[in-house]
Design a binder for this molecule. Structure first.
Ligand SMILES: *Cc1c(COP(=O)(O)O)cnc(C)c1O
Length: 375
């Protein structure tokens, strides 16, 4: 059996979790949470990074910080995970979906301007597969119309756009450390903040609406309820698991990149039958995902069934949000759905995780050749 995903595990995690336990500080904002925050700030050149309980929660924080109100409109792709929309729907926003670019599956930035109305408050680009959206174009539109930009960089940790790390290119960047992502703590995420003026508010939102963060830093002598908020800070034990991986971030990155390149090189000859991922010149990706695109939905279903018989875990995901029950209730597709549905029906994700072996990849590669050559 070749799994689709195995959560990253280096072997050093236990040592750090043990230390977190021996510190007798297993709640949030202990030693490891702080270490993770600092590591991200230094590595990604972020003004502030706050570890959160999930990327979903980082997105919720970004929606609150963006002051999303009832009736505001938020522009995003329909081809994304539910959380991208959920976070804004919870603030009362209406979601305006725009079509994607078929070659990257990212929102087509040329379609954003025509979707803007006087109610538009934010644009939420999703860096699908860790491949960056064209952020210069998106930021220019946002600046012109005075909109917030929130990057859903759940899949984009360690990827770059024109040399800068994803998540640091706009007002807020949201990372995921879910077990299916490149770096993990089981469930977790982070919010990256660009404007220093937002940091205090973010800390308050994350700490149940209190100024406890300030209290812990000794800046005030008691803490109190100062605004609304929730509980968005993870346990220090989870942070310890993540920290072990951040220390070896390059090792995980290189391992995944080798697997990604190996797939690419050994599937290139099938390009009459399938499409392979495309990486724009401005992007350095992080090998989050290796996908191929079959001819259509039918062929994809056959292919996934064929691979399953060979005990290969290949999956698809994202039923476009605008066609889901909640998507219909909370959003609307602006313009024509030329690529979102069509391309999402073709996509198959191949097994990809830290530690995937070459002989396992060979089995996947052989199976794909069998499928297409015997057609
Ligand atoms: C994984 C993912 C999320 C959600 O991340 P969680 O940490 O599980 O909340 C959001 N958006 C995208 C694009 C994702 O891939």
């Amino acid at each position: 059996m070749i799994n689709f995903n195995i959560p990253p595990f280096l072997g050093t995690e236990m040592e750090h979790i043990g230390k977190a336990i021996r510190n007798h500080k297993i709640c949030g904002d202990g030693e490891y949470t702080k270490k993770c925050n600092q590591w991200m700030e230094e590595k990604f050149h972020a003004k502030k990074a706050l570890l959160t309980t999930s990327c979903t929660h980082a997105l919720e924080m970004a929606a609150i910080l963006s002051d999303i109100q009832q009736g505001d409109e938020v522009i995003m792709p329909s081809y994304t995970f539910v959380s991208t929309a959920d976070a804004f729907v919870m603030r009362g926003a209406k979601i305006i979906f725009v079509d994607i670019r078929p070659e990257t599956m990212n929102l087509n930035e040329d379609l954003i301007a025509s979707a803007i109305t006087e109610k538009t408050k934010a644009i939420v680009p999703v860096h699908y597969a860790g491949v960056s959206c064209d952020m210069d174009k998106i930021n220019a539109i946002a600046q012109k119309h005075q909109l917030m930009v929130v990057e859903d960089a759940a899949q984009g940790v360690m990827s770059k756009y024109k040399g800068q790390y994803l998540g640091t290119l706009s007002d807020y960047g949201c990372y995921s450390f879910h077990e299916t992502k490149n770096y993990s703590m089981g469930e977790g995420g982070a919010l990256l903040i660009k404007d220093a003026n937002d940091i205090e508010k973010a800390e308050i939102i994350r700490e149940k609406g209190t100024n406890r963060s300030k209290f812990f830093r000794g800046q005030i002598d008691k803490y109190t309820w100062v605004d609304y908020g929730s509980s968005y800070l993870p346990s220090d034990m989870n942070a310890a698991y993540l920290y072990a991986q951040l220390l070896e971030a390059d090792k995980i990155f290189d391992d995944r990149m080798n697997s990604w390149n190996y797939y690419y090189e050994h599937l290139e000859d099938l390009q009459n039958h399938i499409d392979l991922p495309y990486i724009p010149e401005y992007c350095e990706h992080n090998a989050h995902m290796f996908y191929i695109k079959a001819k259509d939905l039918n062929e994809r279903s056959e292919l996934i069934a064929f691979l399953k018989e060979k005990e290969i875990g290949a999956v698809f995901h994202y039923i476009p949000l605008h066609s889901s029950p909640a998507g219909k209730k909370f959003g609307i597709f602006h313009g024509e759905d030329i690529y979102t549905t069509k391309e999402s029906e073709r996509l198959v994700r191949l097994p990809m995780y830290y530690g995937l072996r070459q002989d396992e990849q060979d089995i996947v590669i052989d199976a794909l050749h069998q499928f297409y050559y015997n057609k």
